[in-house]
Write a protein that binds this ligand. Structure first.
Ligand code: RIB
Ligand code: CA
Length: 314
């Protein structure tokens, strides 16, 4: 049975690869639509970049929606220093054929979920959670329709990547993250603790490039740009492929290790704003609300990614 999913994203090179991985997996995933949010770069660029990925994948039929340009309460923080001024530096951008849908992403989420059967749609957020949090706050009746939420965000042992305490997606919109984490639906959360284990090393990027199709070449180009920041900062061997971990988990959950925990988010202190408090050892009386993913077979992840990228024609 195919899993019906909606990917909510802020492309960003890693979001882009998550979209391509989903497009390459039609036997397992029915991508109902893509919703976009302000994050890595402003909304006008994130929805354009998502549509560029649809064009590259030959999926100009995909419904792409623009959502919230700004977080629910805080001002937008972006990440051009990491992703480049286009958000997907490493490939040439262009005006895509894939159209932008007319309705707002939050309206699309609410209408689609209200019309769906119970527990029938999986939400896959890979950017700030503004669209999802806004939809839940505006229309809580959508929640029974959500099968589960598989999100990229947060950190435990790895610490923050945008502040000492907070990972970027959660930091940008901690109030939306708080709504999502308290929503009561099953959540699988991929934080930096797992995404920092899937590094796009030179060898892995070369393997992707050697696949020889246009999508693989574009992926290699984006990853070659995307890794320059993290490798300098972390002295690591490549940039972490954060967002594709969500789609890879949907395809092959056995590649990952997780633990049921409580995860709560700081929404008051400026010093630790957006911090995810992961109760890994169950030392609090806070209820379990998340399957916290902390381990991955990185080689298996890249084998999956390459096998799927190889499916694209030229
Ligand atoms: O902290 C990493 C996350 O922030 C990724 O989703 C990346 O695309 C950015 O949105
Ligand atoms: Ca992202």
């Amino acid at each position: 049975m195919k899993r019906r999913i909606i990917i909510d994203c802020d492309p960003g090179q890693d979001d882009a690869v998550a979209l391509l991985l989903a497009f390459a997996s039609p036997d397992e995933l029915d991508l109902l639509g893509i919703t976009t949010v302000g994050g890595n770069v402003p909304l006008a660029l994130t929805h354009r970049n998502a549509r560029i990925m649809c064009d590259l994948a030959g999926r100009q039929d995909t419904a792409v929606y623009a959502g919230c340009a700004e977080p629910m309460i805080r001002p937008l923080v972006t990440a051009e220093a990491i992703h480049g001024e286009t958000g997907i530096n490493g490939i040439d951008v262009f005006e895509p054929e894939t159209p932008l849908q007319k309705i707002h992403a939050v309206d699309y989420l609410i209408e689609t979920l209200l019309a769906a059967d119970d527990a029938s749609i999986t939400l896959v957020p890979t950017g700030p959670l503004t669209n999802i949090g806004t939809a839940i706050e505006r229309e809580p009746a959508i929640l029974p329709k959500v099968e589960q939420i598989v999100l990229m965000g947060g950190a435990m042992r790895e610490g923050g990547n945008r502040t000492p305490s907070a990972e970027f997606n959660i930091l940008v919109d901690p109030h939306a993250a708080d709504i999502v984490l308290r929503c009561g639906r099953p959540i699988t959360q991929m934080g930096l603790d797992v995404t920092h284990q899937v590094l796009s090393t030179v060898e892995r990027v070369e393997r992707i490039k050697a696949l020889g199709n246009s999508v693989a070449r574009a992926t290699a180009g984006m990853l070659s740009f995307f890794d320059r920041f993290d490798t300098k900062k972390y002295q690591s061997k490549g940039a972490p492929l954060h967002d594709p971990c969500t789609v890879a988990w949907l395809l092959k959950p056995g590649l990952f290790e997780g633990k049921e925990c409580n995860v709560a988010v700081e929404t008051e202190s400026e010093l630790t704003m957006g911090h995810t408090a992961v109760d890994f050892w169950h030392v609090s009386d806070r209820p379990v609300n998340v399957n916290w993913i902390y381990g991955v077979d990185a080689d298996g992840f890249y084998d999956l990614l390459l096998e799927r990228l190889a499916r694209f024609g030229d």
